[in-house]
Design a protein around this ligand. Structure first.
Ligand SMILES: Cc1cc2nc3c(=O)[nH]c(=O)nc-3n(C[C@H](O)[C@H](O)[C@H](O)COP(=O)(O)OP(=O)(O)OC[C@H]3O[C@@H](n4cnc5c(N)ncnc54)[C@H](O)[C@@H]3O)c2cc1C
Length: 401
């Protein structure tokens, strides 16, 4: 049976989304559902930026509950929403936070209180029960809490949104990078794009509103319009070994830091991550020190990680919200997001969405699309909470080579 998306009357406005990662994909879907004509530009393959390389943890928010209750609440709400909207891209396996020493065990009280305040169900279980649930877990576990974390497929969630947007008429333009903007009287009227799939042809694309959803590249793309988009790229490395050493997402019971989450993905176990600020989000590689550190960190949680065969190691750029952060500020930077109307910077017709997490891509898109509506004087509310997108498979089905 064909998948039917309930449609609304088309609007006479064209919106250009720049950046085909998870945020841009969710935004294209949201705008198309509201009736906008949408075009989305991605300079490479869709999802080839940070989105296609993240850890794959669908955050319940427990990780952030004590330090950043707002993002924790948001993660919990979005976890529930995504589980309902894109179930075939999610493995609802649950999460365990474990203390491996006295200091971490002592943090348990604050952790439990903060989760309760943020509305995240966290239930303490005995170390014996934790090891019964996850036999590969370290025997050093002193305290453990069950939380509703999960694993999701980094590609399939946004691929479903792209499939839905295209079904509603959105124009998907992979391999098409924005290389400049044209502005008249303080208003962006067109983007200049280079289409690498068509012999690098350069075109001028007009739209009523442009939204930069370029993650860690937001600063570079904003600069093309003379804007300062407050994003600092931070490299994060991950290490995957062959075999599932756990079925749940296992985290250290302590404030967020490096090498403290073990995520099972398909037939792999992935430990992550690290963080260091970088000049450019391009061509990032993990260092030998990071790989050695991650190997040790994985083994602390699941001892078999120490000798498991390495499958891969990679690095991706975290889009930290904030300009020119130093290392200390970068570590403390919130994982929350912001939607910026650049009319306040003297440039109309353009906005940015910055920061955030893959778990919160839908709500980031909702807030960005709300801003587009306000800018264009349109009253159309968000429909992405009540409308499931088609399957991610539909992005590829029926495509000519
Ligand atoms: C190591 C690491 C692990 C993480 N793990 C998790 C996790 O487990 N769970 C979670 O929820 N979040 C996680 N995150 C965060 C999450 O991955 C990001 O917040 C999210 O993927 C960002 O999506 P985005 O669409 O904003 O950016 P991106 O996915 O980077 O998309 C931006 C796109 O813009 C494109 N672009 C750049 N310049 C141009 C241009 N000139 N023209 C057109 N397109 C352009 C890029 O090619 C890119 O594809 C992790 C991040 C890192 C770094």
């Amino acid at each position: 049976m064909a998948f039917e998306i309930p449609r609304v009357d088309p609007l006479p406005f064209r919106v250009a989304v720049i950046g085909g990662g998870g945020t841009g994909a969710a935004l294209a879907w949201d705008l198309a559902l509201r009736g906008f004509r949408v075009v989305i530009f991605e300079r490479g393959e869709f999802l080839s930026g940070t989105t296609g390389r993240h850890h794959g943890q669908l955050h319940s928010g427990a990780r952030y509950a004590s330090g950043d209750p707002e993002i924790a609440r948001e993660c919990m709400a979005e976890t529930l929403a995504l589980r309902r909207l894109v179930p075939d891209a999610i493995e609802y396996n649950g999460g365990l936070f474990v203390a491996l020493d006295g200091e971490e065990a002592a943090y348990g009280g604050r952790f439990a209180e903060a989760c309760a305040e943020a509305g995240i169900p966290a239930r303490e279980v005995s170390p014996a029960r934790a090891r019964e649930l996850e036999p590969g877990l370290s025997s050093r576990v002193e305290r453990a809490f069950l939380v509703p974390d999960g694993t999701f497929d980094a590609w399939r969630v946004p691929a479903a949104f792209l499939a839905g947007a295209r079904e509603l008429g959105a124009e998907l333009r992979p391999w098409t990078g924005v290389v400049g903007f044209d502005a008249t009287d303080g208003r962006v009227t067109a983007a200049r794009v280079r289409d690498r799939a068509r012999a690098a042809a350069e075109n001028r694309i007009e739209a009523d509103c442009f939204v930069i959803a370029c993650g860690a590249w937001g600063g570079t793309v904003g600069a093309l319009a003379g804007l300062e988009v407050p994003v600092t790229p931070a490299a994060g490395s991950m290490l995957a070994v062959k075999g599932r050493l756990c079925d749940m997402v296992i985290s250290r019971l302590r404030p967020p830091g490096d090498g403290d989450i073990l995520v099972p993905q398909r037939g792999l176990s992935i430990i992550g991550s690290t963080q260091r600020l970088v000049e450019s989000p391009d061509a990032l590689l993990p260092t030998d020190e990071e790989i050695a550190f991650l190997r040790q960190s994985g083994a602390a949680l699941a001892p078999a990680f120490a000798d498991a065969e390495i499958d891969s190691a990679w690095c991706a750029a975290r889009p930290l919200f904030g300009s020119a952060l130093d290392e200390a500020a970068g570590r403390a930077a919130s994982r929350d997001f912001a939607v910026l109307d650049h009319e306040t910077d003297g440039m109309a017709g353009i906005a940015s969405v910055v920061g955030g997490k893959a778990t919160t891509l839908r709500v980031m898109a909702e807030k960005a699309a709300d801003l587009v509506c306000r800018k264009l004087g349109v009253e159309r509310s968000c429909r992405t909470l009540e409308t499931a997108p088609p399957s991610w498979r539909d992005l590829y089905r029926g495509r000519a080579p």
